[in-house]
Design a protein around this ligand. Structure first.
Ligand code: NAD
Length: 500
C-alpha cells in the first residue's frame, strides 16, 4: 500500500529502501521506508550554496510569472490530493479526512499565493523635499530555511514555500525526521510542476533530511537570511539564539496550550462539538489542540457529563478506516509523555477519566489511546505545560475576569476561544485587555484556522506569523528608495551644508 502511494507520487521503492532514518507508520509500527540523512558537515552547506545560485536567478523573474509556478504546483496537488493525503495518514497517523484536509490547505495557500504574486505592493510616501519621490519597495530576501514538525508534515512547508516562492526566494526544507517520506513526495510534485513551468532554476526548492543536527546546521548558515521553524518551544529556544548570533531572522511557530472559556450563556451543544473536535482531533497532536477548558460553575456539571458521554462513543482506530475519529499517537515517546502527564495531574489533585492505552492487542507496536478528560481543582504546573496528546484539563470559574486570568496565565500564547452569547463578554475577549493569544475566536474552537488570516502566537509560541494577511512581508526585504528628479540637492530636516 505504501509503495503504491509513493509510486503514484513519483517516489520509487528503491529510493526509500536504504538509509539511517527508519520510518515506521504510527498506524501499526511497521517499517514503511528508510531514508538517508544529509551529512551536516558537507551536504547541507552544498545545498545552501545551490539555493543561493537559484535565488539569484529567481529574484529577477517577474512576480506574476513566479506565481505561475505556484499555480502549476497547486494543480499537481489537486491531481494528487488523494495519494498525498493518504501518505500523510500513513506516515503521521492522522485520520484520512485530516490527511486530505492538510493537502487542501496546501492547495488553498497556493491559490492565495498566486493572487499575491500580483499584489506585492509597496507604498509611495510624500517626500518633504521638492522634486523628490520616496517609495517603499519589497524585494526578494534570499534562501528561506523551513524547519517543520511531524504533526503537519506538509502543510506548514507549503504555507512557507508558496509565499516564499512568489516573493522571489528559494526554499530549503528540513522536514521532521519522523516524516521524511511525505517531504520526498511533496518535493517530487514540486519537481513535476517545475518541469511544466520550463525554466525554474535548479535547486529552487530542496529538501535536506535528518534530525536536529541538520536543522542546527541550516540555522547557523549565514547565507540563509530567514529561518522559519515550526516545532516545540524547546526547539525554538535552542534555535533562536543560533540564528540571532549571526543576526539572521527567525520566524517561530512553537508550542501552544490553547484554551476555551464556556460562559453561562453558551450554546452548550455547539461548545460540545467544538471541544470534541479540538481536543481529540488529530489525537490531540495539533499545535492548536484544545488543552484547557474553563467552564462557568453554573454549567460545568452538565457540560462535563455530556463530554464524558461523547468521549465514550468516539471511534478510536486505524486512521484509514471510514468512521475513525481518533488515530494513533506518533510514537511511544508521545504515549509515555501522556502517561507521565496524567500521573502528574493525579498527584496534583486531578480526577482522570480515560487516557488508557487502546487497541494494543490489535496493534502491539502502535500507540492508540483513549482521549482523557482531567478535572483539576486548580491550574497546576502540569496544566501549564503542553503535553502533545489528547488530554483535556477542565476547571471551573466564577466570573469572567477570573476565566480570562486563567486563560492568559500560561507561558504559551497560540490559540484561544470563548463560547458565549453575551456580546460584552465576546467583545472583551477580543479586545486589548482580553485574550493575549495570536488567535482569539468567538463561538469557534481553537483549532482549524483558515489560511486567509495570519497564523501564529505570542509569548513562548514564538511571535511568528505565517500564511495569510500580510505574512508575506516576512519573506521579503523592505527598501526605502528616494529619487531626486530636481536640479537641486535639498537636504532632509532643512539642513544647510553649503560647500560653494
Ligand atoms: P520538535 O521540536 O521535536 O521538532 C520540530 C522540528 O525541529 C524537527 O524538524 C526537528 O528535527 C527540528 N529541531 C529540533 N531541535 C532543533 C534544533 N535545536 N535546531 C534546529 N532544528 C531542530 O517538534 P515535533 O515533536 O515535531 O512537533 C510538535 C511540536 O510542534 C509541538 O510543540 C507543537 O505545538 C509544535 N507545532 C507548532 C505549530 C505552530 O504553528 N505554532 C505547528 C505545528 C506544531
Amino acid at each position: 500500500m505504501v509503495a503504491d502511494v509513493l509510486k503514484a507520487l513519483g517516489v520509487s521503492a528503491e529510493e526509500v529502501s536504504r538509509g539511517d532514518l527508519i520510518v515506521r507508520s504510527p498506524i501499526d509500527g511497521v517499517e514503511i521506508g528508510r531514508v538517508k540523512s544529509d551529512s551536516p558537515a558537507g551536504e547541507v552547506d552544498l545545498k545552501v550554496a545551490l539555493s543561493v545560485i537559484a535565488f539569484h536567478e529567481w529574484r529577477e523573474v517577474p512576480a506574476p510569472r513566479r506565481g505561475e509556478l505556484v499555480r502549476l504546483f497547486g494543480e499537481e496537488l489537486r491531481a494528487n490530493k488523494d495519494a498525498l493525503g493518504r501518505l500523510v495518514s500513513l506516515e503521521a497517523g492522522k485520520i484520512l479526512q485530516e490527511g486530505l484536509g492538510e493537502v487542501q490547505e496546501m492547495i488553498d495557500i497556493c491559490d492565495f499565493a498566486v493572487g499575491l504574486s500580483r499584489q506585492l505592493y509597496g507604498l509611495t510616501i510624500a517626500s518633504e523635499r521638492p522634486g523628490h519621490r520616496m517609495m517603499e519597495t519589497w524585494h526578494p530576501l534570499g534562501p528561506v530555511g523551513v524547519i517543520s514538525a511531524f504533526n503537519f508534515p506538509v502543510a506548514v512547508w507549503a504555507w512557507n514555500a508558496a509565499l516564499a516562492l512568489v516573493c522571489g526566494d528559494s526554499v530549503i526544507w528540513k522536514p521532521s525526521e519522523k516524516t521524511p517520506l511525505t517531504a520526498m513526495a511533496t518535493q517530487r510534485l514540486f519537481e513535476r510542476a517545475a518541469a511544466k513551468f520550463g525554466d525554474a532554476p535548479k535547486g529552487l526548492s530542496q529538501v535536506i533530511q535528518g534530525g536536529r543536527e541538520i536543522g542546527e546546521q541550516l540555522a547557523a548558515n549565514p547565507l540563509v537570511p530567514l529561518i522559519s521553524a515550526t516545532g516545540s518551544t524547546r526547539m525554538g529556544k535552542a534555535l533562536a539564539p543560533v540564528v540571532a548570533a549571526r543576526l539572521g531572522r527567525s520566524l517561530l511557530e512553537l508550542g501552544g496550550n490553547n484554551a476555551m472559556i464556556v460562559a453561562p450563556s453558551a450554546d452548550l451543544k455547539l461548545a460540545e462539538r467544538a471541544i470534541t473536535f479540538a481536543a481529540v482531533g488529530t489525537a490531540g497532536q495539533r499545535c492548536t489542540s484544545l488543552r484547557r477548558l474553563f467552564v462557568h460553575e453554573s454549567v460545568r456539571e452538565k457540560l462535563v457529563a455530556r463530554l464524558k458521554t461523547v468521549y465514550g462513543a468516539i471511534k478510536i482506530g486505524n486512521p484509514l478506516e471510514a468512521g475513525t475519529l481518533v488515530g494513533p499517537l506518533i510514537d511511544k515517546a508521545a504515549f509515555d509523555g501522556m502517561q507521565s502527564a496524567l500521573a502528574q495531574a493525579k498527584a496534583q489533585g486531578g480526577t482522570v477519566t480515560g487516557g488508557a492505552r487502546a487497541l494494543d492487542g490489535q496493534f502491539p507496536n502502535a500507540y492508540y489511546v483513549q482521549p482523557a478528560i482531567v478535572e483539576m481543582p486548580r491550574q497546576t504546573d502540569v496544566v501549564k505545560h503542553e503535553t502533545f496528546a489528547p488530554i483535556l484539563y477542565v476547571l471551573s470559574y466564577h466570573d469572567f475576569d477570573e476565566a480570562l486570568r486563567l486563560q492568559n496565565g500560561v507561558a504559551q500564547g497560540l490559540s484561544s476561544c470563548i463560547f458565549t452569547r453575551d456580546m460584552q463578554e465576546a467583545e472583551r475577549f477580543v479586545a486589548a485587555a482580553g485574550s493575549d493569544c495570536g488567535i482569539a475566536n468567538v463561538n469557534i474552537g481553537p483549532s482549524g484556522a483558515e489560511i486567509g488570516g495570519a497564523f501564529g502566537g505570542e509569548k513562548e509560541t514564538g511571535g511568528g506569523r505565517e500564511s495569510g494577511s500580510d505574512s508575506w512581508k516576512a519573506y521579503m526585504r523592505r527598501q526605502t528608495a528616494t529619487v531626486n528628479y530636481s536640479n537641486a540637492l535639498p537636504l532632509a530636516q532643512g539642513i544647510k551644508f553649503d560647500t560653494e
